[in-house]
Ligand binder design. Structure first.
Ligand code: DX5
Ligand code: ZN
Length: 218
């Protein structure tokens, strides 16, 4: 049977209450937390960095899995600080580095899992050479930078191709995913589902998370 892990993106939550929001999401059944780091350079928006992550780790305790989505121009710079702050997985953008191999190695040496993300304009063939060395591939289904955007269905062939080539790779989708689009993602083999506004903005996040998890492929 198909089973996906659900990771709320807390970007859409009340940022003055992040610790409480992270706890609330875990209590509502989240499998992991997707934390969006933006530097105002790689993407036209700014969120937070490792000092915030350290505070969040202290607030939620050791259990919640922090998937750091690093939308930053110099991903090499934050590996050690993020590891020290309590990050579990370091997901960097292929577009942001000239030496993915070295970065992958460094992330592993610092005790974190490795995620590799591609923007909508980047082909999956560009990611493929690294797929054997990473824990997770992140296929962006919106242009990174903001929550609440429309799901890009044209990204799904990337997921199905990756799934066919790498049966045991974790494949994450991020952007515009919610009850209306989850089926399409599940069908092509995504098994880590990020959902921001659909979960965090809901009156009943517990039900939305349950619904996303219970998706059945026909
Ligand atoms: C966008 C971020 C996403 C975003 C998802 O740049 O990477 O994680 O917060 O939010 P929704 O689900 O609202 O598209
Ligand atoms: Zn993200």
């Amino acid at each position: 049977a198909y089973s996906a892990k659900i990771g709320p993106s807390i970007l859409s939550s009340d940022l003055s209450q992040l610790g409480a929001e992270c706890k609330r999401m875990m209590e509502c059944g989240a499998d992991f937390l997707h934390l969006d780091v933006m530097d105002g350079h790689f993407v036209p928006n700014i969120t937070f960095g490792h000092p915030m992550v350290e505070c969040l780790r202290n607030a939620v305790g050791p259990i919640p899995f922090f998937d750091m989505h690093m939308m930053v121009s110099r991903p090499e710079q934050w590996v050690k600080p993020m590891a020290a702050a309590g990050a579990n997985q370091y997901t960097f953008h292929l577009e942001a580095t000239t030496n993915p191999g070295n970065l992958i190695k460094e992330i592993k040496e610092n005790g974190m899992k490795v995620g590799l993300a591609i923007k909508p304009g980047t082909t999956v063939e560009d990611l493929a050479p690294w797929a054997g060395q990473i824990d997770m591939a992140l296929v962006m289904t919106v242009e990174p930078g903001f929550g609440g955007q429309k799901f890009m269905e044209g990204m799904l062939p990337k997921v199905s191709w990756l799934r066919s080539q790498f049966p045991s790779l974790d494949i994450e989708v991020d952007g515009g995913v919610g009850p209306d689009t989850i089926h399409k993602c599940a069908e092509v083999g995504a098994n880590m589902i990020v959902s921001g506004s659909a979960v965090v903005g809901s009156d009943d996040p517990r039900s939305v998370i349950a619904l996303l998890k219970d998706v059945v492929i026909e």
